[in-house]
Structure formats: structure tokens, C-alpha cells
Ligand binder design. Sequence first.
Ligand SMILES: [Ca+2]
Ligand SMILES: [Ca+2]
Length: 163
Amino acid sequence: MKKFLFAMIMAAVTFFAYNVSAATTSYMTAPSLLPEGSTVTTSSYSLQGSTITAQGSHCKAYFTLHGTISVNLAAWSNRVMTIALWDEDPIFNPNDKIKVYKGTFTGREFTGITVDSVLITGDLEDTNDPTAELYLSLYITKNSQDVSGAYTGNFFQYKLENS
Ligand SMILES: [Ca+2]
Ligand SMILES: [Ca+2]
């Protein structure tokens, strides 16, 4: 009887762990950004959440801080990086913009990120579809002293989650 109970607990733990890991990517290197007003998008990742229908309120991006942008760019603490979290949908169906984050700098160092606006908290997909295809779009402001065409390089990492 005790053995049976132990097996039941182990099965429950294993199932829980599987659900959590299935819904979150590992940390990935952010794409290089061009501070010329162009928006860069990442690949999308299919992530199954715990809700019957994927919900905007369950989708998040996480970021590592303290990376440094290229020395070809001005050390400018008013620089802003705008990052939007999206759900990709099939062709002819517009993608869903879920939330927007603002990244801030101290000189060239990436030192802060906050949620700027939340656009979708409810259903992201058709009823009974728990899987969202999450990706980011990124945009970084340009200073007139930046060397034209300089990439910012890989100064942070991100991961995506549908919990
Ligand atoms: Ca989708
Ligand atoms: Ca959708």
C-alpha cells in the first residue's frame, strides 16, 4: 500500500514538472539590433499553457540584464528598447500583440525592463486551443552620435513562457 502511494506521488510530481517545462523556452540570445528605426523579429515558439484556451495573461517574456551595447553606439541613458510579445497566427489571420516591454539603459549598459502596456489578457486562440506561438519584435532608438549601421550585438538573452 505504501509503495503504491509513493508511486502515485512520483507520477504526480513527474506530470507537474513536464507541464512546466513544456511551456517555457530556455534562455536564447537576442537578435542583433540595428539602431536605424527598423524592427527585428525573433523566431516563434509553440508553447502549450495550462489553460483550455491560450490566455494573454499567461504569456510572458523574461530578460537578462547588464549586457552592454556596442562601443560604436553613444553612451546615452535616454535610449529605449521597445519589445513586444506576439502570438503568431496562420496566414490571413493577424498576429496578436499581447504586451509591450520597455528596456532602459545606463550609458551603454542594459539596466532595466518594465511592462509598458498589456493589450490582451483573454483568449489568444480559438476555443480549446491551449498552444500559442510566441515571438518578440524589438526596436531600439537611435542617437545622432551612433555610428551608422552599427549593430548592438548580443547584449541580453530572453525566454518565452505560456504558463
Ligand atoms: Ca497562434
Ligand atoms: Ca492567436
